[in-house]
Structures are given as C-alpha cells and as structure tokens.
Unconditional design. Structure first.
Length: 351
C-alpha cells in the first residue's frame, strides 16, 4: 500500500466528517476512512493508477467567488451556501424544483417522498437571482432537477424565469415519461427557452431498466427522441447510470445510437453508479465502475474508434479560460474541480 494523499470524506451512514487516505495498491487507487461509530470503509476510487497520475497533472487551484453567502463555522460541506472555503465558480447550478417523482428507481440518490418539497415560483426566482449575483462570474448555466421536475405544470414558467434572470443555458433533468406522453408540454418547455433535455437513458435493451429503474421504460425513451425530431429540437443529452454487470456491455451501443441520432442527440453523459441513495451498499459496491473502467469499455466497445488516450479531465479548459481572461479582461468559467471528478472527449459524426 502506497499513500498518495490525505483528505476528508463523509461516513456514508451518519455523514460525519472523517479523515481519509487515498492510496495505491496493485495498480488501483482506493479511499479509506474510519468512523468511530460505523467502522472502516475502504472503497475503490480509481481503477487505474497510471491514468490517475496522468489526470492529476491537470489540477488547478480556483479562486471561488468574491461574495460568499455563509461563514466558515462547521466546515465543508455543512457551511455550503456558498461558503468562503469553496474554490470553484458555480458553473452549472442545480435547483431541485420538487421531490415528487413518478418512478421509484431502486438506485435513486435523490430524496423523493414525503413530506413534499416544492418551492414556490417566488422562492425559485429568489434562488435564480441569488445565483446570478455571484461575483466575479454570475452562474451561467442551470439544471432544473428533482424528483421529477416535469411533474410541475409550471416548469415552462420556471424555464422562462431562468432565461429572464440571465442564464444562457437552461436544461431539464428528466426520466422522460411526461415528455414522451405529452408532446405539447415538451413544446412549451422549448418555447420557454429550454436549452437541453438531460434524459435518463441506461441502455437500448429492456433488461437494465428492470434492475436500475424497476420497469422497462425504453419505449418511452425512444418516444422522447421521436418527439424531439418532430419538434425540431436538437439538444438531448443521454444520461447513463453505469453499473457493472447491468449495462456495462451497452456503452458502445449507446454511443453508436447517439451518433445515428445526432440530429437530436448532442452528448452522452455517463455517471457511474453512486454509493449514495436508495441502493443497498453491498449491491452498489458490486456494481461499482470507476472512470478509468468506463474509458476502457469505450475503447473496447467502439473497436478503438474512441481510445482511452482521447479523453481529458474536465479541468482541461482552465488554461484556455485564463488566457481569454488576460486577452479580454473579463472572467470566464474555470472548471477547477478535482481532475478526477470526470473525463470528456469529442467525436465528429460524418454523414
């Protein structure tokens, strides 16, 4: 065991802040922490140490915001709001507009249930302008999430309020059920200024949906694609919850589907299954896939058309943002989160 760094983490049972150790063993990277009440937790963090080192070279320290809303008292994450310890601009803000949902996914990390949480339009408007008041960079992009945000009949009005507040990009995070069944509602969202539909999309076959969602909703996903095409809407992101032994063999097919439907699909966003939420810890641990594992699956399942080496950490645009700041004398979004939080690449679809 070789210690790489020390940090802080949370007990997954009681959310107590704990000292944590990130270490390498047998070519993989793990994170270990011990709660005095719930014992030791030792989890796989990154499945490839060499890739971990490569991504670590893209670590940038951010400056946070000039006008934090809360003081540092209990420390991260309990003072968030945003507190002075926060070192990254709010680039994509997320507002949960409801905790109601029309699904009961076994692996959901959101709090859905009673009592109902659903901020009023006035409260949401206050949140929007609070985010846009960030200095030196007003939050430029917004995701409306939940729960299932499309359960709100006034969601188009919320989108409109966000655009009026100055958000350049407004996306709706959805399971797609209402969007598939009610094309007029879909059109209202588009007319209100919705930029992107962030669509839950786990596979192109029924079986993974039974495991991850409790029922087969694939026909509804495909109906959303059809409705988007009818309406001339060209900005759907396919959002995949990736789980080992469930849909890890579907990665290549999903990418090819996105390419074949590039007139309406602009991106595939893959999120390895989370350790938080409704899923049982041991079940989720068995389904765990790390970012390097996913990158290797992409290379294997695209027959090398997209390679591991084609990916970069999500922090890679920072030098370009800082160059633009010098040249133009104004602030640009800086993705100064941990370089191990994600990876991205671009590919061109030829007709």
């Amino acid at each position: 065991m070789r210690v790489l760094k020390t940090t802080f983490s949370l007990c997954p049972e009681c959310l107590r802040v704990l000292p944590a150790t990130i270490y390498e063993q047998d070519g993989k990277v793990y994170i270990k922490k011990t709660c005095p009440e719930h014992g030791e937790f030792d989890d796989l963090y990154w499945g490839d140490y060499e890739l971990y080192k490569k991504f670590d070279e893209w670590w940038f320290e951010g400056n946070g915001i000039e006008n934090p809303r809360t003081k540092t008292e209990k420390g991260c994450p309990f003072d968030c709001g945003i507190c002075p310890q926060h070192k990254t601009h709010t680039i994509l803000a997320i507002i949960d507009v409801t905790n109601r949902c029309n699904m009961r996914c076994p692996i959901c990390f959101a709090y859905t249930g009673m009592p109902v949480y659903e901020p009023s339009l006035e409260q949401i408007k206050e949140m929007l302008y609070n985010l846009r008041a960030n200095k030196p960079l007003p939050a430029p992009a917004l995701q409306l999430s939940g729960g299932e945000p499309t359960l709100r009949d006034d969601l188009p009005e919320i989108v409109r309020l966000a655009k009026e507040a100055g958000f350049k990009h407004v996306e709706v995070n959805t399971n797609g059920i209402r969007i598939a069944k009610d094309i007029n509602y879909f059109k209202k969202l588009i007319d209100a200024g919705m930029s992107t539909l962030y669509l839950q999309f786990d596979a192109l076959r029924p079986e993974p949906y039974y495991v991850l969602r409790g029922l087969n909703v694939l026909p509804l996903k495909l109906k959303v694609i059809e409705n988007a095409r009818k309406l001339g809407f060209s900005s759907i992101v396919l959002v995949v919850t990736l789980a080992k032994g469930v849909n890890d063999s579907d990665v290549g097919d999903i990418i090819r589907f996105a390419a074949e439907n590039s007139d309406v699909v602009r991106c595939v966003n893959v999120q390895p299954i989370s350790f938080a939420g409704a899923g049982k810890r041991e079940d989720i641990k068995n389904m765990r896939i790390t970012i390097p594992d996913f990158l290797k699956l992409v290379e294997q399942q695209t027959n090398g058309q997209i390679k591991v080496e084609d990916f970069r950490p999500v922090t890679w645009p920072v030098p370009f943002a800082r160059l633009a700041e010098v040249l133009k004398g104004k602030c640009y979004p800086e993705f100064t989160m941990s370089p191990h939080c994600g990876a991205a690449t671009l590919f061109i679809v030829e007709d």
